[in-house]
Design a protein around this ligand. Structure first.
Ligand code: APR
Ligand code: PHB
Length: 391
């Protein structure tokens, strides 16, 4: 008999949501997290939840604050020098997204997990995975200078891009696919009202900009910067000036400036590792794939992976059914690749690349004009933005 049925590595959205899906199904787990609780709860990440993600948080009973404080959004704008087109997500799909920070999702899940008696070992150093090829894998780690070890039936590596899970898989079984983009997003969080009631994605000759928000009094803005850029070069004043230029005079009229409470640069990358399973080790979330943030799919993919893995584990413990565990990687990857395509396409449409020459620019202009005039094109964007079904 193992100590726990499932050892989950990482207390990000993938690991935490998986833990609660298992909890409601009566399957015990332990979470090992390298960072402290304070660190995990203060990381600033994206903030647009697909309806499917909200549904999963409802399923585990961790959506009260989300429903009270989250902002339902029925559309967003694509802006460029040629004009603005609104994508009427709700009108086209009958569904909406919810603006609620990943930081808040993480806090809510940690609080629920601990309140329900779940075990999360924070500050777990040097986590190592053992015997993943066997029927009795185990995990070891160090905490406060003490070596610890426990056995489990399965290991879920929800430990992000730099985690130990993918690194433990034999290189010969892994295939990776990657695109690096020659720019990053400089993000600023500020306690000022958002410049618009919906999100605005802007393609400008000086580079991409995004106007987003966390609440009616807290805004989140981004501007595209070269990969080599350093955050120290960006005073608040320089950031607000640049953002206003890229949004253009009409949209910038509603811009309220204020001191930044967070400022950082995130690189953009597309990455997929296949397969997402080896023996009794399963990968979920950023551990297996990264999307550029254009379209906000990262957290939502972490949630859909967690749901698919939970369903497979539940089928195994309920009926001894191994088919879903065996099919997990293929099922998850089918949805992941579609989100990878959308995020890559949306990034290409809205950013200025070093190689965006006159022809490439005309292609962007033509595509935006086509989107403006085509209900079919708008529907294609809307159904991807709101989230493809969990097939
Ligand atoms: N041992 C234990 N924990 C680890 C280790 C390790 N070796 N390596 C990483 N971790 C932890 C990290 O500290 C982090 O808390 O795993 C967690 C992974 O969480 P996330 O990076 O949030 O990844 P995930 O849960 O897959 O969520 C994906 O997060 O990065 C964003 O944009 C991304 O929105 C997406 C979401
Ligand atoms: C954010 O609010 O941080 C955000 C919103 C939409 C995106 C990416 C990030 O596409």
């Amino acid at each position: 008999m193992s100590d726990y049925r499932v050892a989950i590595i990482g207390a990000g959205p993938a690991g935490l949501l998986l833990s609660q899906l298992l909890h409601v199904a009566g399957i015990d787990f332990v979470i090992l997290e390298r960072r402290t609780r304070e660190y995990v709860e203060s990381r600033i990440r994206a903030g647009v939840l697909e309806g499917t993600t909200v549904g999963l948080l409802d399923r585990v009973g961790v959506a009260d604050r989300l429903h009270a404080e989250g902002l339902p959004h029925g559309g967003f704008a694509l802006a460029s020098e040629e004009g603005v087109v609104r994508i009427d997500v709700a009108g086209l799909t009958g569904r909406s997204v919810t603006v609620y920070g990943q930081t808040e999702v993480t806090r809510d899940l940690i609080e629920a997990c601990i309140a329900r008696g779940g075990r999360i070992e924070f500050a777990a150093e040097d986590v190592a995975l053992h015997d993943i090829d066997s029927a009795s894998p185990s995990v070891s780690w160090r905490q406060d200078g003490v070596e610890r070890h426990l056995s489990c039936d399965f290991i879920a590596a929800c430990d992000g891009y730099h985690g130990v899970g993918r690194a433990t898989m034999p290189p010969a079984v892994l295939r990776t696919f990657e695109r690096e983009y020659p720019f990053g997003w400089l993000g600023v969080l500020a306690d000022v009202p958002p410049c618009d009631h919906e999100l605005i994605y802007a393609n400008h000759e000086r580079g991409f900009a995004l106007a987003s928000m966390r609440s009616p009094t807290r805004s989140r803005y981004y501007v595209q910067v070269p990969s080599s850029e350093r955050v120290e070069n960006w005073s608040d004043e320089r950031f607000w000036d640049e953002l206003a230029l890229r949004l253009g005079p009409d949209l910038a009229r509603g811009l309220v400036r204020g001191p930044s409470i967070e400022k950082s640069i995130a690189p953009l990358r597309s990455f997929v590792a296949e397969p997402m399973r080896h023996g009794r080790l399963f990968l979920a979330g950023d551990a297996a794939h990264i999307v550029p943030p254009t379209g906000a799919k990262g957290l939502n993919l972490a949630a859909s992976d967690a749901a698919m893995l939970a369903d497979a584990l539940i089928a195994f413990y309920a009926r001894g059914d191994t088919a879903a565990l065996e099919g997990y990687s293929a099922r998850a990857l089918a949805r992941i690749w579609k989100a990878e395509r959308f995020s890559w396409w949306f990034t290409g449409l809205m950013h200025r690349f070093p190689e965006t020459d006159a022809f490439a620019r005309r292609m962007q202009v033509a595509e935006l004009a086509y989107i403006r005039g085509s209900a079919a094109a708008q529907m294609s964007i809307a159904e991807n933005y709101v989230g493809l079904p969990l097939e």
